[in-house]
Design a protein around this ligand. Structure first.
Ligand SMILES: Cc1cc2nc3c(=O)[nH]c(=O)nc-3n(C[C@H](O)[C@H](O)[C@H](O)COP(=O)(O)OP(=O)(O)OC[C@H]3O[C@@H](n4cnc5c(N)ncnc54)[C@H](O)[C@@H]3O)c2cc1C
Length: 368
């Protein structure tokens, strides 16, 4: 039976980023997903510029809109307009983005197969055997990129480090072409509402770290009606969890790695997960390549290559805890042009978050 260099479960941003790099390097890659593409994924589809730059190919054909300004809204209804000379992020539809990335990955040489789900994972000394309802496949390495409810994670670890938040979204037809991208910190505790303009429609959603917030269709409909009026006609309601905890995860497997939501690579403050998915997927690929090329053990490389990302996610968790406990303080920070530009740069361009925290400490006295 063929032994693949890598088997990757899940063909979202994490799985495709990993499979693309391995296939481009000439390695044999089996990419498995239970969905047929294009498929729906609960996601607002916003990609910061650091994500766009991290991808190995241009996603221009699936960009719906580029964003260079946004508005932050506070609980007391005050608004902070943020404008940048450069693009902050781009808006995509996840069904289009993911189908595009999968096509690029297959073009690079990965073999894609649809499966019903995994029934067994057996990690051996020099290979991993993956059993599905219809097939048995052998790979030198396995990457679990199968999203927040990852079967690979559940089958290979207890994962007490793994935590979740919930987000729900819907689309409404676009009212005015100059509608801004908005983060609104009024409607939910420990989270925010968002308004993402996407050319012909607006994606509106609610995100919260607090399970007691009970985000559901009724809650989002009420928010949309309050914000846009009763004639807004929301459609395509969909919700899902986002996964955190990569910062606390002690990576201990030799041949099985978790990437993207499966591995808890979402930023807790913002809920941004596509960046973490791409970087962790690419890191898994680089780690596997270094092992296949007999340069270093994959596990050690994966720990090293994800260190910066995991450190940043840990800092984002700490910022989230203090920001959502006292959003007014965070807003005071955002009103300071220097700090606002550092925060924007941090999220849009990928500035190390520890630099940001140091800037905040310098500018904001403790009891401000
Ligand atoms: C409502 C909402 C809005 C969001 N908005 C944003 C945003 O604007 N920007 C941003 O950066 N992040 C956003 N996120 C987070 C982002 O969607 C995720 O972090 C990102 O999709 C993670 O990518 P992934 O490749 O790890 O997983 P996914 O994109 O979830 O892909 C996992 C893939 O695995 C497949 N799969 C699952 N189980 C199995 C199985 N057992 N066998 C085979 N295949 C399987 C699935 O079909 C899927 O294709 C949002 C999340 C939510 C819930």
């Amino acid at each position: 039976m063929k032994v693949w260099d890598a088997i990757i479960i899940g063909a979202g941003p994490a799985g495709c980023a990993c499979a693309y790099d391995l296939a481009s390097a000439g390695k044999s890659v089996l990419l498995l997903d239970k969905a047929e593409f294009p498929r729906i994924k609960a996601c607002a589809g916003g990609l910061t510029m650091k994500t766009v730059r991290a991808l190995c190919y241009s996603i221009e054909p699936v960009v719906r809109q580029s964003i260079d300004r946004m508005v932050l809204e506070e609980r007391d209804s005050s608004r902070i307009p943020v404008k940048s000379r450069k693009t902050i992020c781009v808006m995509t539809e996840r069904s289009e983005l993911d189908a595009f990335c999968l096509a690029k990955t297959i073009e690079a040489g990965a073999v894609f197969q649809r499966i019903q789900g995994i029934t067994g994972i057996d990690e051996r000394a020099d290979e991993v055997v993956v059993t599905t309802q219809d097939t048995v496949s052998r790979g030198r390495f396995l990457v679990g990129a199968d999203g927040v409810n990852s079967q690979v994670r559940r089958m290979t670890s207890d994962s007490p480090w793994f935590r979740k938040a919930f987000a729900i979204e819907a689309n409404i037809p676009r009212h005015a072409l100059d509608e801004d991208l908005v983060f609104d910190f009024a409607p939910v505790a420990s989270g925010y509402g968002w308004v993402f303009p996407k050319r012909d429609h607006v994606n509106v959603g609610l995100y919260s770290l607090d399970a007691d917030e009970k985000l559901n269709r009724t809650r989002l409909s009420t928010y949309i009606a309050n914000r846009f009026g009763n004639s807004a006609r929301p459609a395509n309601f969909i919700g899902q969890h986002a996964g955190f905890g990569a910062a606390q995860h002690h990576i201990d497997r030799d041949r099985v790695f978790l990437a993207g939501d499966a591995g808890g690579f979402v930023d807790m403050l913002t809920g941004e997960g596509i960046y973490g998915a791409v970087i962790s997927g690419q890191s898994a690929a680089a780690a596997i390549l270094s092992d296949l090329n007999q340069k270093a053990l994959a596990k050690e490389s994966f720990v090293r290559l994800t260190e910066n990302l995991r450190q940043n996610l840990g800092i984002a968790e700490r910022i989230a805890t203090s920001f959502y406990a006292n959003p007014q303080r965070g807003f005071r920070a955002m009103k300071m042009p220097l700090l606002r530009s550092a925060i924007l740069k941090g999220y849009a361009d990928g500035l190390n978050l520890s630099v940001l925290v140091k800037t905040a400490r310098r500018l904001l006295p403790d009891r401000a």
